[in-house]
Design a protein around this ligand. Structure first.
Ligand SMILES: Cc1cc2nc3c(=O)[nH]c(=O)nc-3n(C[C@H](O)[C@H](O)[C@H](O)COP(=O)(O)OP(=O)(O)OC[C@H]3O[C@@H](n4cnc5c(N)ncnc54)[C@H](O)[C@@H]3O)c2cc1C
Length: 374
């Protein structure tokens, strides 16, 4: 592995940092307090090319690779994990299309997504399950040469703004199939939001599918093999969550360093206390370990490798790291760490969700253990 970044990767990282500091950071508290999906920032990420970074130019992307993707998302997530998550979630359907789409599907669906002209969500979770594909109850009935999709999906992030949805349903063989749906199709109904403690403004919502007619050319991959599509595409989602964790944790460290040098106890900045120094050092070392784990996973994906195991390891480690580092950051801030007027408590709330969404930590451990024991 080459530990040096290429000129293109450095440029992407710089551009993302500028965007994060100028456009995202000043809005982060407002997005969190109001809980409104930041449509303009999603559009700006599209114009800047962040929504298609790893994908080939012929399919609307920048062709800058997955390391660039990780570098950009780390910067953006440090300013607002919600905005980083918008970029990450939109990439999951893109990855599914790249790996399983026909040439026509890549040109018709991946191109406008990677170009930033359209946004896509992923609809897997239902009221009864977010982890078990066998428990999915949404159906795709074959009738008159079309699929008719009926069911309900819960916790669909990006839903109010998405033009397309990567949706998983049971076909008439009772196996999972993957579909690309146009969200303006009759019967595709955006319902109530799912208010969450963190990642506010992500547009996480319930969707009803009331006999949505989907043409066969919108089936992604082979009929009945939707689980393969899910496992591959969600691997990139896990890498995304790992990187979000690194960005949020780094932001917590930077805030804590500033605070510790300014806030005084017994007449001296608390940064001079060995206990505070211990916490800061602990935070920094954990972030560094998570960062390189995430970069290595991105590097492997760049080499065309299957990252199912590595992305589970990176997500498990980085999400736990982010929760612990943001918790330590709150400790450095004392009572001010609990106040809504300072950003550190938002980082903690956002970090906690990284242990849950795109697969709970227990699922990641189950995946890793299965690889270890096979
Ligand atoms: C902010 C947010 C955004 C989200 N965005 C999306 C989205 O865009 N699209 C989407 O489809 N979903 C989305 N989700 C849903 C999320 O991915 C699922 O809720 C998550 O995967 C967990 O599923 P669950 O809630 O059904 O938990 P369950 O599967 O019911 O698990 C509950 C608990 O049971 C245990 N458990 C479950 N299964 C296992 C297992 N196999 N091995 C060991 N222990 C297990 C674990 O301890 C787990 O924490 C989002 C959720 C949130 C909070």
């Amino acid at each position: 592995m080459d530990f040096n970044l290429s000129e293109q990767e450095k440029m992407v990282q710089r551009t993302a940092r500028e965007f994060a500091l100028k456009s995202v950071l000043p809005r982060a508290t407002d997005i969190d307090h109001r809980g409104e999906f930041p449509v303009d920032l999603a559009e700006e990420m599209g114009r800047l090319g962040f929504r298609g970074l790893p994908y080939p130019e012929q399919y609307g992307g920048i062709g800058a690779g997955y390391t660039s993707y990780a570098l950009a998302m780390e910067q953006i997530s440090g300013a607002s994990m919600t905005v980083g998550a918008i970029m990450a979630i939109n990439t999951v359907p893109e990855e599914a299309l790249l790996c399983f789409g026909s040439e026509e599907q890549k040109r018709g669906f991946l191109f406008p997504l990677a170009k930033g002209n359209k946004l896509a969500c992923i609809a897997f979770t239902e009221a009864e399950t977010g982890s078990d594909p066998a428990a999915i109850t949404t159906t795709a009935r074959w009738s008159d040469n079309t699929y008719i999709i009926t069911g309900q999906k819960h916790f669909v992030a990006l839903a109010p703004a998405a033009n397309l949805a990567l949706l998983f349903a049971k076909d008439d063989t009772k196996r999972l199939s993957a579909f690309i749906l146009d969200t303006s199709s009759p019967g595709f109904v955006l319902r109530e939001p799912c208010p969450t403690m963190g990642l506010k403004g992500l547009g996480t919502s319930v969707i009803y599918l009331d006999e949505v007619v989907v043409p066969p050319e919108n089936l992604l991959g082979e009929k009945g093999k939707g689980f393969d599509v899910l496992l591959t595409a969600i691997s990139l989602g896990r890498l995304g969550v790992a990187v979000e964790g690194v960005g949020v944790a780094q932001a917590a460290l930077e805030l804590s360093l500033d605070y510790a040098q300014q806030h005084k106890a017994r007449g001296k900045p608390i940064a001079q206390m060995p206990t505070i120094q211990w916490i800061l050092a602990e935070m920094a070392s954990r972030i560094e370990a998570g960062r390189w784990l995430a970069y290595q996973t991105a590097f492997l994906r760049n080499q065309g490798e299957d990252i199912r195991k590595e992305s589970a390891i990176a997500k498990l480690f980085c999400s736990q790291m982010a929760v612990e580092v943001t918790r330590l950051g709150m400790q450095v801030h004392g009572s001010y760490g609990c106040m809504e007027s300072l950003p550190i408590e938002r980082l903690y709330r956002d970090a906690k969700i990284s242990e849950i969404y795109v697969g709970v930590s227990e699922m990641q451990r189950a995946i890793i253990a299965a690889y270890l024991l096979e």
